[in-house]
Design a protein around this ligand. Structure first.
Ligand SMILES: Cc1cc2nc3c(=O)[nH]c(=O)nc-3n(C[C@H](O)[C@H](O)[C@H](O)COP(=O)(O)O)c2cc1C
Length: 296
């Protein structure tokens, strides 16, 4: 089968940016040997386009994406100075950060923006844990790894699979089977060796969104609130990404619940990692909606 990702070595300078921003760290870049696609990851490309968006020389090609039609010239200026319609076009899921802490003042601004997100109805139910102490995130990672190691073992057992399906419903099971399990299968060896953090991404800060398990409509409210959070972060010059791998790990591990002060009667729903982006993207990525129907 032809690889989904190819490199034009005539223009590639082996700067390594494509490998750094790839969500699954698929490309291994070495100045001596060039770019190697990791055999257990290359077929897991989600075609997010980040490698093509960051490449200064348009040297990387993901099958099905075109520099001419799927990317656009970024508007000039800081996100904070752009009108909203332009600002949203410049946001990316940021997973690589400068070694720079995020101040309490900046985190408070993000929390304030989150508080303005529309709730479906009262009483308000969103609870946040703002993790500013990076050492707590680092300490949590081995516990998260344990949870995913356990999940893969359960997924190998037909009865275990059935239990996961019954507990989580058909749609969530499909996500675990089709995305989470193969992705974690490919990432766990390096995670366990401590050479890569493909869960919390060495993020300097993280916000965890949770709610009481008896609260109503809390998942929807939290997802909207989290969107306010990452747009606010972007406008403040930070970058971030929702990390769907974190909440189920906390939910299934009491040490993590304790570390993050999540009450046992609460459900962690979302996690947003935050920090100052290490790299600048060369172009924006167009995102097509599945369909738009106009009734006029
Ligand atoms: C609900 C949600 C969950 C996500 N979970 C993860 C995650 O667990 N790990 C990760 O690296 N990225 C995660 N992302 C980021 C997406 O992969 C990213 O938004 C997508 O690839 C598109 O890239 P872009 O945001 O740069 O446009 C998540 C995004 C959303 C909206």
């Amino acid at each position: 089968m032809k690889d989904q990702i190819s490199i034009n070595y005539e223009t590639c300078t082996l700067c390594g940016l494509c490998g750094e921003v790839c969500p699954n760290l698929t490309m291994k870049v070495d100045r001596e040997t060039g770019i190697t696609l990791r055999s257990n990851r290359k077929d897991l490309c989600i075609k997010c386009g980040q490698c093509m968006a960051i490449c200064p020389f348009k040297s990387i090609q993901v099958a099905g994406l075109s520099y001419d039609t799927d990317f656009f010239k970024l508007p000039k200026g800081k996100a904070a100075n752009l009108p909203f319609g332009e600002m949203v076009k410049t946001r990316r899921a940021i997973r690589t950060y400068k070694d720079q802490p995020v101040s309490t003042e900046v985190l408070e601004k993000i929390v304030e923006a989150i508080s303005f997100a529309p709730p479906s109805f009262t009483p308000l139910k969103i609870e946040l844990v703002v993790v500013q102490d990076t050492s707590v995130i680092r300490k949590a990672l081995p516990e998260m790894i344990k949870v995913y190691d356990g999940l893969l073992k359960v997924m190998r057992n037909p009865i275990g699979r059935l239990i996961i399906r019954l507990k989580n419903g058909a749609e969530k099971f499909k996500v675990v089977e089709g995305h989470v399990a193969p992705m974690m299968q490919s990432r766990l060896p390096e995670l366990k060796q401590g050479v890569e953090d493909t869960i919390t991404r060495y993020a300097p800060a993280m916000i965890i969104f949770h709610a009481h398990r008896d609260a109503e409509k809390y998942e929807t409210d939290i997802n909207i609130a989290m969107t306010y959070g990452f747009l606010a972060a972007h406008a403040l010059g930070l970058g971030g990404s929702p990390i769907d791998l974190v909440p189920p790990a906390i939910q299934n591990n009491s040490a993590l619940q304790e570390m993050f002060s999540i009450p046992v009667e609460n459900v962690p729903v979302a996690a947003l990692i935050l920090g100052y982006p290490k790299y600048r993207y060369q172009r924006g990525i167009k995102r097509e909606l599945k369909s738009v129907a106009w009734i006029d």
